[in-house]
Design a protein around this ligand. Sequence first.
Ligand code: SF4
Length: 709
Amino acid sequence: APERAAPAVKTTCPYCGVGCGVLATPDGQGGVAIAGDPEHPSNFGRLCSKGSALGETVDLQDRLLTPMLDGQAVSWEGALGAVAGGLKKIAEKHGPDSIAFYLSGQLLTEDYYVANKLAKGFLGTPHVDTNSRLCMSSAVAAHRRAFGADTVPGCYEDLDEADLIVLVGSNAAWCHPILFRRMIDARTARGTKIVTVDPRRTQTGEEADLHLGLKPGSDTALFSGLLTHLADAAKLDRCFIDEHTAGFDGALERARQIAPTVAATARATGLAEAEVQAFFDLFAETPRVVTAFSQGANQSAQGTDKGNAIINCHLATGRIGRPGMGPLSLTGQPNAMGGREVGGLANMLAAHMHFAPEEVDRVRRFWNAPNIITGEGMKAVALFEAIEKGKIKALWVIGTNPIVSMPRADRIREALAGLDLYVVSEAVATSDSARVRGRKTVLLPALAWGEKDGTVTNSERRISRQRAFLRAPGQARADWAILCDVARRLGHGAAFAYPNAAAIFREHAALSAFENDGTRDFDLGGLAEIGERAYDAHLPMQWPVPKRGPEARKGRPRLFADGRFYTFDQRARFVAVQPPALAQAVTEAHPLVLNTGRIRDHWHTMTRTGKSQRLSAHRAVPFVEIHPDDAARHRIADGGFARVTTELGSAILEVMVTDGIRPGSIFAPMHWSDMTSSNGRAAALARGIPDPVSGQPELKATPAAIEAV
Ligand code: SF4
């Protein structure tokens, strides 16, 4: 029966980490009119091209609407029985750590929480990781090294109040567009200067006051040079360093070794001395600086050091936790932060707790968990390698498409076929990852945006509601409900008897506050008793939201203003970073550096944005950017097609000749898959050597060759 037209529902955009508020007005026929929510403090009514086109993506074409077992439609009873029975058998035969989960920053916090609890507390496998590993796990690791916790110090308001915004590895104009508009507004209102640090001169670089097109991977040299310069120019905040930090001397000594002078910094980064000097002077002379960093810094085999090299400069000048100042990690996905909060990364347990014995014991008691894990699991790259080696026998993928987004994806596709049990919770029947077959394969139809109900956390720690405004189609169900049904079949029903998403959120909030005397950053104690109505009406709010004190029930925009951090002595840590070096050097056979990234109008593997003709028109086919000198050398013409080859395979891409890219580098977007373009995949060409600290794979610098076709 047709739905009745209804009033606008306040919800949150499902794409990037800006987390814009959306007003969705169902038309009663399954469609919806979309507008920005003028009351949402992250976007104040604005939406970018992707958000504005959400109404064009809610049709049911290609949706997975029925559970499937080995290619045949089955009842939920049959599918859940196959999943629970398969997991039980595999755990008994090979041990619970032969089971793995691969989750997603697209999941709602409630889904994420239940998956993590089931795996780490009840099944007893530590091998739970998420596609957020590919997104910002290096920022997480940098925060933990510097602050003692994965705490984002500042907020979007800081961009409004900054006099200098430094964007590192971020094409914010395309990838965080509404936030970038805010930066441009700040420039109009107060003359804020914008500096971009990126080997590519993207749209963001075009609009910047200063663009630093540095050599791939040389970010730590630039920020080491800056730290040296700040010391030599007597621009340090000695009081802050002495009273609130540790490790400064070691970090400065290392910075001097890496980049002792402006000239040495210029050599190490491939920049002109005048550019380096201009940046250093701007940073040194401008108290209100925000340095926002994103995938260009994170998706690197040295991503954690890049984050810490940036944070070092903010700590050295005491520019943190105050209006208009601080490092700001821009997360890619709508709920990358929520995943971090519940412990969706393999190196976390839950509620920002890790694996100290007292933390494990605390979570065990809170969950009453019979099989709590006691140590870290495998991070994404290692996890998929373990599947290749046959060590993982069962994999449950929820809300992500690793066959397109993971490095070495072709090898992964082959490896999945060897799984004894491959479970995919998906909204899209035709996604590449839903089309792979293990020895036994179960597809579970999941609710999509507009149908599901829960919370997400954006880049500034702001928790917003995603609300349902469309009827659940076919037999699709909420991810948390599917997980709970499996838990019940495994004999853990009592711990997973949630009547609704609000009950899960309450438990998640209560865990964050459980035995939390203020020494843990993530605290939602003020929301631990939230009722259904209050949850439904929940306003966007930045954690921490403790039960008592000035932030009770309203949250806190900034942390560390008091100079107290989450280390045991409450001092922040400087980090002596390693000299920059690419994990894989170019060779004669592969003389170019392949960088992968995103474009303005598509989101990840295009399973949603690909439905919109308007969005697809912006860039209709997968392409490669190449510098005119390299194009001439390789006899490649603009508008023609070229084969890009790495040690892992090749892709055929349309050629875009541009001087926005450095000589010696090429760029290809990561969105296209075998489903959307034959031979157009780019991420699959990367080996993805992981950062030794964060485990985040290198996706920005893969040796590659190019030839015309
Ligand atoms: Fe906002 Fe990002 Fe959605 Fe665009 S994609 S509307 S910037 S949340």
